[in-house]
Design a protein around this ligand. Sequence first.
Ligand code: PLP
Length: 368
Amino acid sequence: MNDKPETQPIRTNFQNLPFWNPTKIYDHEVNKNIHRMDLNECPYPPSPNVIKAIQNVAHTLNRYPDGTCPELTPLVAERLDVPEETITWGGGSTQLLTSIAEISVAPGQNLVTPQLVWKRFEGIYKIVDANVTSVPNKSNGAIDIEAMTDAIGNDTRLLICVTPNNPTGMMLTEQEIRHISENTPENVLLFMDEAYHEFAIHAGGPDALEILKDRKGPWAVTRTFSKAYALAGVRLGYAICSSVEIVNAIRMVASTFSLNGIAEAAAVAAWNEPEYTQFILDQNAKERSRVVNGLQDMGYNPMESVTNFVSCDIKHPATDIVKAMRARSVRISTVGGNEFVNHIRLSMGTPEDTDAFLDNLKKVLDTF
Ligand SMILES: Cc1ncc(COP(=O)(O)O)c(C=O)c1O
């Protein structure tokens, strides 16, 4: 019904949208011990030191916080060896992804992105109203780096890359990141989502930020406190950018007061406690091996994840499996994309979560 646009206060891309709440607790789950393995969360709570730091700033919540994170920024800048003024903060890295797209691609201009990528990006394509070139992933699910750079056209302003990628859990090699950095022209913003960076390093993978530091053209890398720092609930992510101009553009779009008043204190405490992050990463790797081995023992071939989630072709429509598992209090998710309708994705949990997943999956598959 776009023949009378003046009568439509909502932009075409936003009309009649469905809403799906990923965090919804179903009635049968209330007050039950559910195995929450669908949102790539950390199964462990923040450390006692982090909880104490949050309590210590609770009395300041009548004030707006300083969204430049003046205490945390120098700590992060020093460890990452980047200038402080090239870092900016967002309410989760999700907010920054949108801002990065908004500052680079005007409606109708082109962005290049992998076809199989975190579902949230579909919302971002709508927001910026871009002409999207979705580059098919390789048959094993990996991002096809050469096809991505080959897809860049005169009108391309943004190239989106995610390493390790969600939902595959697969990371790019150092050579692949170099290829993309060197073959993305200087009039294209190269964006790397590294939400699972710490997991990639734990698995011996490359550091995309270090490689992008050599790039001549513009770039931005996002990371988060949600995963390896057990702080999904405080909603704090950051972008490291190639210039102050990009930082200030993101700040303008992401709004003045987008952080909450406990995020910085929580993140400083978590950043200063690398042993706890190491514990989270070690535990995650153990449970990932158990999940992968368990799926292999059942005859399946999971994707080669280095992250806190694993995707696997389960040879049955994933929506049915996800539904049946949820009825048994094990929350897992689908992967999406036509070629991956039989893939489930599950996040790593505690050892008990792994047991519950493997046990219930066998029972559910017996009924199919
Ligand atoms: C690839 C990717 N990027 C970003 C995010 C969002 O993280 P945050 O909690 O920092 O918004 C996620 C969350 O699952 C993700 O999978």
